[in-house]
Design a protein around this ligand. Structure first.
Ligand SMILES: *Cc1c(COP(=O)(O)O)cnc(C)c1O
Length: 398
């Protein structure tokens, strides 16, 4: 994944360009900026990357998810279905709007199980949020038909899956609205940043205004703009956009390296009959940001994790005990530890998480190992790593 591994002259030049020009803000100052519009340029570039009509850059991936939901009209008391395995940003972004996160099981794709989504729908459900975790995806056709049948907004968090695709369409562009993060550890980075992408003109306009205090961005006099509705500040700066613009141009190169490294390791581990790779839905192509596989039992998976550590195989995780990505250790969420009062509806929804049966998610997460695919490894390093990983797994299976 991390684009920062290959950070270099192009990024430095791009930032210097902004600093030399002196306008660090993405809107206004038309007379001063001498044609420098890094955020606008990056948005145009990403429209091409994602083959999508509209891209709105924002300040982070978390902001992107919250802005996407707000743009679709999700707010107080609305239920949003999300997976048990994701990043904490998912429930943060939902709760920021006063909406209620409804957590449901994942399946062997490591993403939303459509059956679990169906079972969780109530009259208050307003949206389904698929999170394309670790570079792969949910069964998007199945989720889309559930959303259509129940008139729900379909949101796609593709923060970890830039470069993946489903039936020929880039991940992030398949649902009604998609979200990306360009934080420091994502495949492409702005330092901090994110994007909302959509083909829906109304959602785009809402995201555009909402992420800049409700400014309507009509004309070229910021002082004279009106506020059709309330908003906040989730703007990206020109400095961050400048980094992203340089990285976006290098994205095809990053993705090719990622795929090559992924294939070397995958082909080596495929020689072990007990290794079962995550399910990729029909028509899906992973981004290869991570390689994910299951071992026969939770115990074997823990032993392999331990052996990896002892043998210097870093950046591989078993998420069962992880407190950023899996529901089991989200104690602050289950106990509703908020700095400010939460609605009684949110509190009671969070309270149910203490006892809710997530044994299906446990079954997959406890047997899973997820390995980050780095961009800076040499071919020899990747091959040596693949051999070592295979040896560790074979030893643990004895
Ligand atoms: C990184 C990430 C986010 C949040 O992005 P930030 O830019 O760090 O706020 C949201 N969802 C997923 C799946 C992520 O991996």
């Amino acid at each position: 994944m991390p684009g920062f591994e290959l950070f270099g002259d192009a990024e430095r030049e791009s930032v210097k360009d902004v600093l030399d020009n002196g306008v660090l803000m993405r809107y206004g100052f038309d007379g001063m900026r001498n044609g420098h519009w890094k955020a606008k340029e990056l948005e145009a570039q990403l429209c091409k990357t994602f083959n999508t009509k509209h891209v709105q850059l924002v300040s982070s991936g978390t902001a992107a998810v919250s802005v996407a939901l707000a743009a679709a009209g999700i707010g107080t008391g609305d239920e949003v279905i999300m997976p048990t395995f994701t990043f904490v940003a998912s429930f943060e972004a939902i709760m920021m709007l006063g909406a209620i996160p409804i957590l449901v099981d994942i399946d062997s794709t490591l993403t939303l199980d459509p059956k679990a989504v169906n079972a969780a729908i109530t009259p208050k459900t307003k949206a389904v949020m698929a999170v394309q975790m670790c570079g792969s995806m949910a069964n998007m056709d199945a989720l889309k038909s559930i959303c259509n049948a129940h008139n729900l907004v379909f949101v796609e968090d593709a923060c970890q899956a830039i470069g993946g695709s489903y039936k020929g369409q880039p991940l992030g562009s398949i649902a009604d609205v998609g979200c990306f993060s360009f934080d420091f550890v994502k495949t492409m980075t702005c330092g901090e940043g994110g994007a909302v992408i959509t083909n829906n003109k109304e959602f785009y306009t809402n995201a555009d205004y909402y992420s800049d205090h409700g400014h309507d961005h009509i004309g070229n006099d910021r002082g004279a703009e009106s506020h059709p509705f309330l908003g906040y500040n989730f703007r990206i700066s020109e400095l961050h956009a400048a980094v992203g613009l340089a990285q976006a141009k290098r994205l095809p190169e990053f993705l090719a390296i990622q795929r090559k490294n992924f294939d070397i390791i995958r082909n080596e581990l495929a020689k072990i009959p007990e290794v079962e790779f995550r399910t990729v839905p029909d028509g899906g192509v992973e981004s290869c940001a991570f390689l994910n596989f299951f071992l026969p039992t939770a115990e074997i998976s823990q032993n392999v994790s331990k052996a990896f550590k002892e043998n210097g195989i870093d950046v591989c995780w078993n998420y069962y005990e992880n407190n950023w990505h899996y529901v089991r250790k989200w104690h602050h969420l289950k106990e509703a530890k908020s700095l400010y009062p939460l609605s009684s509806e949110i509190k009671s929804a969070l309270d149910t998480l203490k006892t809710k049966d997530f044994s299906q998610s446990d079954y997959f997460i406890s047997r899973n190992i997820s390995c980050l695919i780095k961009l800076s490894w040499t071919e020899d390093e990747v091959k040596a790593r693949a051999f070592k990983m295979r040896a560790c797994i074979e030893e643990a299976l004895k």
